[in-house]
Design a protein around this ligand. Structure first.
Ligand SMILES: Cc1cc2nc3c(=O)[nH]c(=O)nc-3n(C[C@H](O)[C@H](O)[C@H](O)COP(=O)(O)OP(=O)(O)OC[C@H]3O[C@@H](n4cnc5c(N)ncnc54)[C@H](O)[C@@H]3O)c2cc1C
Length: 286
């Protein structure tokens, strides 16, 4: 099992529960997992980051290798680790989550993310965006840019907008939140928009694709987001860039040209490589 997030850790535990004789080994470089669900509440100051942090001590009788997988030899059925050693498998499950595509939006690279945080992986990025919001003077403009489908957690940007709006309404009521969206429709839209009208009237402006919402370029130096229709200057810019399956999926040959992993929806076995299964955000689950 490569990746100890929601998908990998749950799958490892479920396999072991199904058959105690299975030898299950989890490969994960981190000692603690930082969960994204509820991390939007951290941004709004409603929750501490420590509440997002989970250890691996309750995994039970599962081998744990604290290393990163760097390559997969599907022919020989071996996984190469970042210390140069390798480990064999009968069945491999990849659960690496997503990689942010720092090559997809001109101007947006890892350095830019230190100024215009994505906060799409929980941890330092969450705290950076939280601290930027806390430091922003009342009357500021927050811009959230949401990517085209598919991406991790389709309702996530709009849940985030709601939580940021709550923070602005209660702490910085003269401020404004603009959502620049690369889509004309989004997950649970009717519910979100009804709640925004009721709870945050006039605070959130959603700019869909057809009204020039798609961000085509960013300039971190001036915190400017360029769209097909013009440019927007932000006090705080939360740029959620396009994504793809985590890198190990690409190198294992289980990701297709979309960047995501086609699977058999019953067994989660890759449609591209036998004996490799892909679970979680990396897989095309639909
Ligand atoms: C702001 C936000 C809010 C969200 N809210 C919700 C919610 O309310 N409900 C919900 O269901 N979902 C929510 N999600 C989505 C949820 O976080 C993801 O669907 C979930 O994390 C996917 O789990 P995963 O195991 O596929 O990937 P991840 O959770 O990203 O885990 C991947 C793991 O793999 C490890 N890894 C990666 N590469 C390697 C490698 N080469 N070798 C070894 N290990 C590796 C990583 O270290 C990581 O621990 C939210 C997401 C965001 C961004």
């Amino acid at each position: 099992m490569v990746g100890g997030g929601f998908a990998g850790a749950s799958c490892a535990r479920a396999l072991k529960q199904l058959d105690r004789d299975l030898a299950v080994t989890l490969i994960e470089p981190e000692t603690a997992y930082l969960a994204c669900p509820f991390s939007n509440a951290v941004l709004a100051g409603l929750r501490g980051i420590e509440a997002q942090t989970f250890g691996y001590d309750r995994l039970g009788d599962i081998g744990f290798i604290r290393k990163r997988a760097v390559a997969v030899d599907a022919e020989r059925r071996r996984v190469r680790l970042d210390d140069g050693t390798d480990i064999g498998y009968v069945r491999l499950v990849l659960a690496p989550g997503v990689d942010l595509r720092f090559d997809a939006l001109p101007g947006y690279d890892e350095a830019a993310a230190e100024i215009m945080p994505h906060a799409w992986k929980a941890g330092p990025q969450t705290l950076l965006l939280r601290d930027q919001l806390a430091a922003m003077p009342d009357g500021g403009v927050v811009i959230l840019s949401a990517p085209a489908n598919p991406f991790r957690c389709p309702p996530g940007p709009y849940e985030r907008a709601s939580l940021i709006a709550h923070y602005l309404k209660t702490s910085k009521p003269r401020s404004k939140l603009i959502i620049l969206d690369a889509k004309d429709a989004f997950s649970k839209q009717r519910l979100f928009e009804a709640a925004w009208r009721e709870l945050y009237p006039g605070l959130i402006e959603w700019v869909p694709l057809s009204s020039g919402g798609r961000v085509t370029e960013v300039d971190p130096a001036t915190r400017t987001l360029v769209t097909e229709f013009g440019s927007h200057k932000a006090d705080i810019a939360n740029v959620i860039p396009p994504q793809r399956a985590g890198r190990i999926a690409q190198s294992a040959g289980v990701a297709d040209q979309t960047g995501w992993c086609p699977i058999d929806p019953v067994t989660f076995e890759s449609r591209l490589q036998p004996a490799i299964h892909v679970v979680g955000d990396a897989a095309i689950g639909g």
